[in-house]
Design a protein around this ligand. Structure first.
Ligand SMILES: CC(C)(COP(=O)(O)OP(=O)(O)OC[C@H]1O[C@@H](n2cnc3c(N)ncnc32)[C@H](O)[C@@H]1OP(=O)(O)O)[C@@H](O)C(=O)NCCC(=O)NCCS
Length: 314
């Protein structure tokens, strides 16, 4: 009989998620157990998570994570759901999703949101809608270093690893808070996050505890002294050959000066120099985000696969 229990066996959850990742996305390195455990133990600032295992006659077969934002997006539950490849098509996925739906109602929330690369049939069978399509692209970073032309006149570049200079924290919070408004979010029921300087610092500390290194480059507007553009590459410390190009944002008042491409190229040089074993960088963009995709193509990113953000409203 299948039972759903709160997660206590971290190794069982790791074995399920690792096997699912190896089956579904073999080109993305999966973290070590130490890094996996660090992620379970150090919650993301401004959120809570609940973890469950599906156990079938004593065998752990599925893992469910419910990520619950606490400061904004209070109607949402971000769902991660993995069934071990050897135990699929026997109802474990459906049972975990039914459990997640009930829990969402209990918590007084409305939308379950989950991202998947190959779960169209499952999500459709569950009645979820495809709310946003994203393309993952990969950049081979073993070739020549990218262009290092300076930023447009009136802007100066800044860079840092892991911990931002204190005087930039407010501006980073402001730019980070804009992301859900500025980047396309399709039909997703997401609202802008409320990020302030303290939350930026707390996120840096959590990333450190989760054994990640982050490389950042930004552009400061010289007249106002404000950080108006920011980009970040992040990688797990034990998979040094791979990293993610995460956030890139240019404040609307400062667009059209080529700052997006300039900071991305500089940050790439920075990350490659600091992490000499780096061979590949992945990035994910909404299919409709033409500006970002054009910049990424110019940098040499090539599409790999399509991910869908599914949304189920209770
Ligand atoms: C998606 C996933 C969770 C499904 O788990 P599962 O235990 O195999 O799902 P179930 O057996 O409960 O399937 C429920 C229904 O979904 C549909 N379905 C699931 N997998 C399917 C597949 N590969 N092909 C066609 N239909 C499928 C079927 O309608 C199925 O009902 P049926 O077996 O009675 O026909 C699992 O494949 C997985 O872990 N994938 C990788 C991670 C992921 O994509 N998670 C979802 C993101 S939130």
């Amino acid at each position: 009989m299948l039972r759903i229990v709160p997660l206590t066996d971290e190794r069982a959850a790791y074995a399920i998620d690792l096997a699912a990742a190896e089956a579904d996305t073999p080109d993305i390195p999966f973290r070590s157990f130490e890094t996996y455990r660090a992620r379970l133990r150090h919650e993301w600032p401004g959120s809570k998570t609940e973890q469950y295992l599906a156990v079938d006659d004593g065998t752990p077969v599925g893992h469910l994570e419910l990520f619950l934002p606490q400061l904004d997006n209070l109607a949402n539950v971000i769902v991660e759901l993995f069934v071990h490849p050897d135990h699929r098509r026997r109802g474990a996925g459906r049972a975990l999703l039914t459990f997640a739906t009930r829990r969402t109602t209990e918590l007084g929330r409305r939308h379950l949101i989950g991202e998947a690369v190959a779960a169209d049939a499952f999500a459709k069978a569950a009645g979820a809608i495809p709310a946003l399509v994203e393309i993952r692209s990969r950049l081979d970073v073993t070739g020549p270093l990218p262009d290092d032309s300076p930023a447009a006149a009136g802007y100066r570049l800044v860079r840092w690893t892991d911990e931002a200079p204190a005087e930039l924290l407010d501006d980073i919070g402001y730019l980070d808070s804009r992301l859900n408004d500025d980047a396309p979010t399709g039909d997703l029921a997401v609202e802008s996050e409320k990020v302030d300087a303290a939350r930026v610092r707390a996120a840096e500390e959590t990333l450190r505890l989760r054994r990640r290194t982050t490389f950042h480059t930004g552009a400061v507007h010289e007249d106002s002294g404000r950080l108006v553009a920011w980009t970040m590459i992040a990688g797990e410390n034990d998979t040094g050959w791979h990293a993610w190009q995460n956030i890139t944002i240019v404040d609307p008042d400062h667009r059209g000066h080529g700052l997006g491409l300039t900071i991305k190229n500089h940050n790439l040089r920075y990350a490659r120099t600091a992490r000499p074993g780096l061979r590949a960088i992945d990035t994910s963009n909404a299919e409709e985000n033409e500006h970002m995709i054009r910049i990424n193509r110019a940098m040499g990113f090539r599409p790999v696969d399509r991910w869908t953000q599914w949304q189920l409203t209770v």
